[in-house]
Design a binder for this molecule. Structure first.
Ligand SMILES: [Zn+2]
Length: 533
């Protein structure tokens, strides 16, 4: 793996790879231009500029091209030294050194993106190797009856703790660590860098070109206060609204029959693959979007929606169906019986069971016409595109006695699905004390584990974790934060009291804060919300 990362690469302009360029810099000479170095055995020693160093504790290895301080623990390659000393970013330090040493490198976005894919692939391999070292992760997969061949096919992995992937990248190349940071898969605070997937099973997510672009992490133990699935945050290479899990493996099978099966979760895709049904994809824990439908419309004419056997699954099916119909894809609704989701169904009834279920599934518009859900049937039919489909469904609706002028008003009349606000009623129930804390977490950027605050309710914890891991908040959640109208210092006070005493600021105390602030003439700019404290 390492040899692959360090092979000399020349691009079209005759430039060399960034790792090779860094190796061309004389680390001893460069660091000597900042601090005095003295030879000591095969290494060089100097006083560390990053902590109050009385004895020389910073060691530079000419052979390994790295430095390390045994006093404060800082270390890395030559670029890292310059970036720390000059207090500039790694990329800025690299540009500076490239000019100084006339290095033939070109930090273009395209090359950077290709490099990011390389780093993602290395990290994915790293997690995959860690999996077999973890008995509890292996046990988890055995319990779910996922066999080793399937694990290999998807490259499923495991993150043992918060630092191992950071160490792995650091030991490979400081530049790689820097690139990986830009994918937001590490949580950075002033004190530490943490792997956001620590302790989770890690499932690589690939794009249609089979590049790993992100990960989905699942907790190994059922824990109601933890987020069951955590996805990579959106970044330049990872856009949830445009990615479908399993597409890399499913694509040839989708193309073959121009048919796709849509499921809700990672393990639905994985289970169906394992039992031999392979044209299966899933959106990434988010709603199925117009962009998803657009991608599928390139390869499939027919879709089978096989979502979970519950109300949420049924509602999500309708929404996905609208997007698919609007892109000219026929939609069949697959009703799962005697199982809660495709994963369980596949495990119980195997490939034949699934194929039989697909065979008896009905076109979602027909299904709603037959069960006299006329509103829904008309709504779905309003997205039809093809003239023959419009004609066919006009006839069908006439057949059940609907007046022609009503049918003409709807069928085929809409071209895209409007983005209605998805109202999440769970947000409304969140009490004001939690809202203030959530707002404080968002505004004050203090490293605190939401799980440490015992009184937070479950819905608040989910939002707090999202804030902690810098994940996208829904419109509803943002609105909830807006319901708190307090200046930053009031929030900071509230937060520090909460952390120190694990208690809630009383109404009187909050009034005190308010009075203090109003003396500072904040009162004109801010008003206090009238929620219950
Ligand atoms: Zn030091």
């Amino acid at each position: 793996m390492l040899s692959k990362a360090y092979t000399l690469e020349k691009n079209k302009a005759g430039n060399i790879s960034i790792e090779d360029a860094i190796k061309r810099i004389d680390i001893v000479k460069e660091i000597s231009s900042y601090i005095e170095l003295k030879r000591s055995g095969s290494n060089y020693l100097g006083k560390c500029p990053f902590h109050d160093d009385s004895t020389p504790s910073l060691s530079v290895s000419e052979q390994k091209q790295i430095w390390k301080c045994f006093g404060c623990g800082k270390g890395g390659d030559v670029v890292k030294f310059v970036s720390l000393y000059e207090n500039i970013t790694y990329m800025e330090a690299l540009s500076k050194l490239a000019i100084k040493y006339n290095l033939p490198i070109n930090i273009k976005n395209e090359e950077k993106n290709n490099k990011i894919y390389e780093v993602m692939s290395l990290v994915s391999d790293f997690y995959h190797e860690e999996l077999t070292k973890s008995p509890k992760a292996m046990q988890y997969l055995q319990k779910r009856e996922i066999n080793p061949k399937t694990v290999e096919a998807y490259g499923i992995g495991y993150s043992p703790n918060h630092y191992k992937v950071v160490e792995f990248l650091q030991n490979t190349s400081e530049y790689y660590l820097e690139l990986y940071k830009s994918t937001q898969n590490l949580h950075q605070s002033s004190k530490s860098i943490r792997d956001i997937f620590e302790g989770r099973l890690v499932i690589p997510i690939r794009n249609t070109s089979s590049n790993v672009v992100g990960f989905g992490g699942r907790i190994l133990y059922e824990d109601k206060s933890a987020i069951k699935y955590l996805n990579s945050p959106d970044s330049s290479i990872f856009k949830k609204s445009q990615l479908l899990f399993g597409i890399d493996i499913a694509l040839p099978y989708i193309k073959e029959k121009e048919e796709v099966i849509l499921v809700e979760g990672y393990f639905d895709v994985i289970r169906l693959y394992q039992i031999g049904v392979r044209n299966v994809v899933a959106p990434l824990g988010t709603a199925f979007t117009q962009e998803h439908a657009k991608i599928l419309s390139k390869y499939a004419k027919t879709s089978y929606i096989m979502f979970d056997n519950d109300n949420a699954g049924k509602n999500a099916s309708l929404r996905a169906a609208k997007h698919l119909i609007a892109k000219g894809i026929k939609v069949f609704y697959v009703e799962i019986k005697d199982a809660k989701d495709p994963d369980e169904f596949g495990m119980k009834f195997g490939k034949d069971g699934v194929l039989e279920l697909l065979k008896v599934s009905k076109n979602i518009i027909d299904l709603n016409i037959e069960s006299k859900n006329i509103d829904i049937a008309l709504e779905l039919a309003s997205y039809l595109k093809e003239p023959e489909d419009i004609f066919q469904y006009t006839q069908k609706l006439l057949g059940i006695g609907l007046p022609k002028h009503v049918i003409d008003q709807y069928v085929g009349k809409k071209s895209f699905v409007e983005n209605k606000d998805q109202t999440d009623s769970s947000c409304e129930k969140i009490p004001m004390k939690d809202r203030i804390l959530l707002k404080a977490l968002k505004e004050c950027n203090i490293d605190i584990n939401p799980l440490d605050i015992e009184w937070l309710d479950k819905n608040s914890i989910i939002i707090a974790e999202k804030i902690k891991y810098q994940q996208e908040l829904s419109d509803e959640e943002l609105k909830l934060l807006e319901s708190v109208n307090l200046p930053k210092d009031a929030l900071e006070k509230y937060l520090s009291k909460t952390i120190k005493e694990q208690s809630v600021v009383t109404k009187d105390e909050l009034m005190n804060i308010k009075n203090t602030l109003s003396r500072k003439s904040y009162v004109k700019k801010y008003h206090f919300s009238h929620g219950k404290i």
